[in-house]
Design a protein around this ligand. Sequence first.
Ligand SMILES: C[S@@+](CC[C@H](N)C(=O)[O-])C[C@H]1O[C@@H](n2cnc3c(N)ncnc32)[C@H](O)[C@@H]1O
Length: 211
Amino acid sequence: MKRSVEEHAERFSEKATEYDDSKSDEYRACADLVVSYADPGSDDVVADLGAGTGAIALAIAPDASRVLARDISEGMMEEGRRKASEARITNVEFAYGEFREPNLGDVAVDIVTSNFALHHLSDDEKREAIRVMAAAGARRIVLGDVMFFGEPDPEEPFYSPEVDDPATVGTLVEAFTDVGFAVTVAERVHDQVGVLVAERIGSGEEVPGAE
Ligand SMILES: C[S@@+](CC[C@H](N)C(=O)[O-])C[C@H]1O[C@@H](n2cnc3c(N)ncnc32)[C@H](O)[C@@H]1O
């Protein structure tokens, strides 16, 4: 990470109340795809990591049994809780959780989602985060994020090289494959923005740390 967890948390908390106001078309397309590919059933527990103000968690909640929304920024989660209360959504629980220690307790998670958040981690940290997602027991992981389909281009607006550290699509696919998942969908929204859907193959017992 190019900043500490605490610095990232502070950065997001400072802009939390305006966060929802200015979103790019690509961000919206990405979020819509994550919601649509997550496709939970009414019994499914979803963990939304880097949940922010709840763009994914709150959209998924009506279709899921329960959504565990985890983030490091109290300010972002406070906005999320406010939006949930306004929309009378009661099955989303916002709580502190870092990608590599998501604080999911002993709850059996069916689906993990994450949108526009994992790119704050270095590639090694992303691999560790993806290992932790797999170990939570999920059958499906849906990742929307800044990711490079071609060559990285710092002139593009989708990331700030001082604070963000996006991976190539190849690195992410390899990380999912390494923990026993097959990437069944790779949707390119922009050369630097996409959505990957990874499905567990096999029982999961072969994944280090999985139940
Ligand atoms: C660009 S926002 C995306 C929020 C939401 N997923 C969305 O689609 O609008 C990135 C979020 O990732 C969170 N974040 C950054 N680093 C994180 C980490 N290491 N673990 C968990 N969350 C993190 C930030 O606090 C912020 O809320």
